[in-house]
Write a protein that binds this ligand. Structure first.
Ligand code: PAF
Length: 286
């Protein structure tokens, strides 16, 4: 595996690969790899000739009082895991090169970023779409891999790619969970033992919501109420948001129909965790 730190060298390498007609799959990450990241790398390897993983803890997507400084980092471990996962190139740009002093251009997707994580973390998606645009221009991927855990991020990036005509196919891969159901996240490392137990209320609450949907419940509000009731039973948990929305437009819905996104952000102590599922409601017979 090659490790590249210079933007110019990464772009030159990608241009050379593309000139041979080979395809590039890109996995943008902030490092501290877990099985979720590894599944994205696997997805890329299965569909592309070369896999480039970027590792950059992007300062512009963190708010002032957020966890940029504490965000877990372990480059040597990540290198090892990426190499074992068969990654061809690990791109680790320096913050000063990604955002030099005169940096003044940002990419913003409007509308889709107003709610959910966009409301709780103002400026977050502007940071994400800016860095992802830069990474696409540097890595020149044919396909890019994102996790369904960040459901809103995947939709926002997809919107940006369509609106700005990036020649990149966005692939969204399923959520990877720990054996007990907690969605994998680098932020799970922040949890104390007691908080880690408390965090299980998140997947449990979503399962309760899903069970209701599978029984045929059509009222979005009742599904949300069920999820909320389960979370509230856990004293360490505090709901940031809980939504039942159209999975494509992110519009609020009253009645369950079509593809529905059920998503939550929950504080467990000082750690904010997100999780979701998509429910495809059965077509009504006419
Ligand atoms: O999902 C993430 O880890 C980040 O938001 C991303 C896409 C790598 C951009 O920094």
């Amino acid at each position: 595996m090659q490790v590249i730190t210079s933007i110019q060298e990464m772009q030159k390498t990608s241009l050379e690969i593309k000139r041979t007609g080979a395809t590039i799959g890109c996995v943008p990450t902030m490092g501290f790899f877990h099985r979720g990241h590894l599944s994205l790398m696997e997805g890329s390897r299965a569909e592309n000739d070369f896999t480039v993983v970027s590792l950059f803890v992007n300062p512009t997507q963190f708010g002032e009082n957020e966890d940029f400084d504490e965000y877990p980092r372990d480059l040597e471990r990540d290198k090892d895991l990426a190499e074992k996962a068969g990654v061809d190139i690990l791109f680790v740009p320096a913050p000063g090169e990604m955002y030099p002093e005169n940096f003044s251009t940002f990419v913003n997707v409007y509308g889709l970023t107003d709610e959910m994580c966009g409301a709780s973390r103002p400026g977050h998606f502007r940071g994400v779409t800016t860095v992802v645009s830069k990474l696409f221009n540097i890595i020149l991927p044919n396909r890019a891999y994102f996790g369904q855990k960040d459901a809103q991020q995947a939709l926002v990036v997809q919107r940006m790619v369509e609106d700005l005509n990036f020649p990149v196919e966005i692939r969204v891969m399923p959520i990877i969970r720990e054996d007990d159901g907690l969605a994998m996240s680098s932020r799970n490392t922040y949890l104390s033992k007691r908080e880690r137990e408390a965090a299980l209320v998140i997947p449990k609450s979503l399962e309760a919501g899903r069970a209701l949907l599978e029984q045929g419940e059509k009222r979005a509000a009742l599904v949300a109420e069920k999820i909320s009731a389960v979370i509230k039973r856990e004293p360490l948990a505090c709901i940031d948001y809980l939504v039942v929305k159209d999975a494509v437009t992110l519009k609020d819905i009253e009645e369950i129909k079509g593809r529905v996104l059920v998503a939550v952000a929950v504080w467990i102590g000082k750690t904010r965790l997100i999780d979701n599922f998509i429910f495809e409601s059965p077509q009504r017979r006419t």
